[in-house]
Design a protein around this ligand. Structure first.
Ligand code: DC
Length: 232
């Protein structure tokens, strides 16, 4: 791409398909893709492995806050074109996708110190632009000045079906009901928390992809990218 690089922010509920579209757009236009949710998941995995989350899911805010300087997260490109989330140098890509982490991540991502630390890391990753980042607060808090902002919407059932299929394909033994319950529960926490709740930026373009194929979604997003970069 010979145009001046921009920042593309893609926000939406869990399992809305935003990561797939963000990753595919980044590959197509030669931008860096960052899955900000993976970073919240990595912090959660660290907290679980260091006994900083009680059996009822309540995180030990002080312990997690104190541990933040010891948590290093980066992304390692893989030979198959995907990238792995690295936690202190260890590939945790598979571990962070398990239900154990999914069930614990929302309260951890509601901790103000965690949000501040990860927001700062994400902003640093975007300094040179040419980046597609997906999450919940990218267009509102991390990059309020992003040149292209998308807000992806889809019904909870559609999203639970997608995640269920994904988890079964990866060999996880889960029930659809458990996955749906997790999706609804996380929607609720993510959109009602005090710090950077999931909400649409006023200047974000809304995409409801409930009835779209992945290819349709890719073309839609690529067109938005072309419009935005040609208009500059
Ligand atoms: O996109 P995901 O389901 O992998 O995200 C995991 C959790 O991280 C989700 O419950 C909310 C949180 N999250 C967040 O608070 N802010 C972001 N920018 C990305 C994710």
């Amino acid at each position: 791409m010979n145009t001046t690089p921009i920042i593309i922010a893609i926000d939406g509920f869990s399992s809305s398909g935003k990561s797939t579209m963000a990753r595919r757009l980044a590959a197509r236009i030669g931008y860096r893709y960052i899955d900000s949710g993976a970073m919240y998941r990595a912090v959660t995995l660290y907290a679980l492995d260091h006994n900083m989350i009680a059996a009822d899911g309540t995180p030990d805010v002080d312990a997690i806050t104190a541990a933040l300087p010891n948590i290093r997260i980066d992304f390692a490109p893989q030979p198959d074109g995907t990238q792995s989330t690295m936690l202190n140098g260890v590939d945790v890509e598979r571990d962070i996708r398990r239900l154990r982490v999914s069930n614990a991540v929302s309260p951890v991502s509601a901790i103000p110190a965690v949000r501040r630390a990860l927001t700062a890391m994400q902003q640093e990753m975007g300094l040179r632009k040419g980046i597609v980042m997906d999450g919940r607060d990218i267009g509102t808090t991390v990059f309020p000045g992003a040149e292209l902002k998308i807000f992806v919407d889809a019904s909870a059932e559609t999203r639970a079906r997608r995640r269920f299929r994904e988890m079964v394909e990866k060999g996880n033994a889960v029930s659809y009901e458990d996955v749906l319950a997790n999706v609804v529960h996380r929607d609720n926490i993510d959109s009602t928390r005090a710090e950077s709740p999931l909400r649409r930026a006023a200047d974000a373009i809304v995409l409801d992809n409930s009835d779209m194929t992945i290819d349709e979604q890719d073309s839609w997003l690529y067109d938005r990218f072309l419009q935005r970069t040609n208009a500059r």
